[in-house]
Write a protein that binds this ligand. Structure first.
Ligand code: GUN
Length: 297
């Protein structure tokens, strides 16, 4: 990383789309190796209900799987599906040796207990990395299946800063199970000094100002302005917030990009930053899962 002071120069814009494409090409080549050994990596996606955003996400996942040569199976269940029916579907997928990855799209309808469902997925097929066995494994620094979004963020950080993140102070803003907590665990595994700040934290701004790395995952549009960063900060914005501005729909992050972009070392934009990395790492995780189950490659 360039450690000279960066007072008002344009920050490096971290191109998540380009990096995601590079990851997909890596996956494509690895899929060929699996196929050469007679294994067809396969991802099953289960969608319950008719949440429009979830439908878009699932379609994107299936399309990307097709692109890299991963076989995909899609299961769409009605919004009023009961928990037993969903568990029976997962049980069938757990037992099916030709299925390597299982993803149940969240959120689930209210009659279904999310924890029960996620715990029911075979941990070796848990491409989301949400099963407690994988969560626990990650907290112990073991090589397990890890959540796609924070894993993608680590790749963006390494592409920007270099492979060695050791000793850097990383501040994670947000403590969700999907992003904040696994992000903190992954950064710790990289030997960063990690601070997690959240809605009850006193003086978030002062803590962020000390950071070499800031990962924002709170879901509050443009919460972090210029005052939160030192000029050498590398900023990863996980937020995807839909807002209305001047009568138009816009997607913005948790960081005020326009204001911050000239005052930090590097920043990921929204859209085009973290978003494409999530699906790319879902594909990577599907191959990791296939490897865990076949012990072939
Ligand atoms: N819904 C929003 N993000 C995610 C995710 O990472 N995994 C799953 N399964 N559902 C989601």
């Amino acid at each position: 990383m360039n450690s000279s002071l960066n007072l008002s120069a344009q920050a490096q814009i971290i191109d998540g789309k380009a990096t995601a494409n590079a990851v997909l090409e890596e996956v494509k080549a690895e899929v060929e190796q699996f196929k050469a050994q007679g294994i067809a990596p396969c991802l099953a996606v289960v969608l319950v209900g008719d949440d429009p955003a979830s439908h878009v996400y699932v379609r994107n996942k299936v399309e990307k799987a097709q692109y890299v040569g991963i076989r995909s199976l899609e299961f769409r269940l009605d919004a009023d599906t009961d928990q037993q029916t969903l568990l029976a579907q997962i049980d069938a997928l757990n037992r099916d040796m030709s299925v390597h990855g299982i993803l149940v799209q969240l959120p689930l309808p209210e009659q279904i207990n999310e924890t029960v469902v996620l715990e029911f997925i075979d941990p070796k097929k848990d491409v989301d990395g949400f099963h407690s066995e994988n969560v626990g494994g990650l907290s112990q620094g073991r090589d397990v299946l890890t959540p796609c979004t924070p894993t993608g963020c680590i790749r963006l950080l390494k592409d920007t800063i270099g492979e060695n993140l050791s000793g850097l102070h990383a501040v994670v803003v947000g403590r969700s199970n999907i992003v904040g907590k696994p992000m903190a665990a992954l950064l710790l595994k990289e030997s960063c000094t990690v601070t997690v700040v959240h809605s009850k934290t006193k003086n978030i701004q002062a803590l962020c100002q000390q950071a070499d790395i800031v990962v924002a995952a709170v879901g509050r549009p443009r919460m972090l302005n210029q005052e939160y960063f030192n000029p050498n900060a590398v900023v990863i914005d996980v937020g995807i917030n839909r807002i209305q501005e001047n009568g138009k729909n816009r997607l913005v992050g948790d960081v005020d990009f326009e204001e911050v972009a000239n005052h930090v070392q590097a920043i990921s934009p929204v859209p085009g930053g973290v978003g494409p990395m999530t699906i790319a790492y879902l594909m990577k995780n599907t191959l990791t899962a296939a490897r865990l189950q076949t012990q072939q490659i």
